[in-house]
Each structure stands twice: as structure tokens, then as C-alpha cells.
Design a protein around this ligand. Structure first.
Ligand code: ZN
Length: 87
């Protein structure tokens, strides 16, 4: 997710995030926390294939050297940052 997509999420939630804008630090921090919660609450569906790779919902191929996602403590997608949901 790039900065423009993040700003889009903020703005869709009714937040006043604009590049170069000057609001109170407290207000901006509160808006950022709310926005981050929205962003990190997304899921990324990972499907394991016979080729040894997980194919992710955000169009990424990912392989583990050994073990399961849980064994390797993988909770979030390294590409999009979404919560991994194995399907
Ligand atoms: Zn992803």
C-alpha cells in the first residue's frame, strides 16, 4: 500500500489528512491511529499451491523454507500488510 492509497483510506473515513496541512498534533495522531487500525484490519488471503508457494490475495508468490505459517510466526503479509488468512 503506497502513501496515496493510505491517504485515500483516511479520507474515505472522513479524516482530514492532507499533505502539507497543519492541524493539532493531538488531532493528527488520533486520526493516524484510527487510520492504521483500518488498514491493519484488512485480510490477505494466502493459498498454498503444489508448486511450493503461497499465492497471496495481493498477487505475490511467497515460499517458506520450512514449516507452516504459524511455525514461522507469519501473521501479516509482507507485501500489503494485511492479516494473513490461509484458505
Ligand atoms: Zn498481501
Amino acid at each position: 500500500m503506497n502513501s496515496e492509497e493510505i491517504i485515500d483510506v483516511f479520507q474515505k473515513k472522513g479524516m482530514r489528512i492532507e499533505i502539507g496541512a497543519t492541524y493539532s498534533a493531538k488531532g493528527q495522531i488520533a486520526q493516524l491511529i484510527n487510520g492504521v487500525n483500518e488498514i491493519t484490519d484488512r485480510a490477505c488471503e494466502w493459498k498454498y499451491d503444489d508448486d511450493g508457494y503461497f499465492h497471496t490475495g495481493c498477487n505475490y508468490d511467497y515460499a517458506l523454507v520450512d514449516g507452516t505459517l504459524e511455525d514461522n510466526r507469519h501473521n501479516f503479509c509482507p507485501k500489503c500488510g494485511g492479516r494473513i488468512v490461509e484458505i
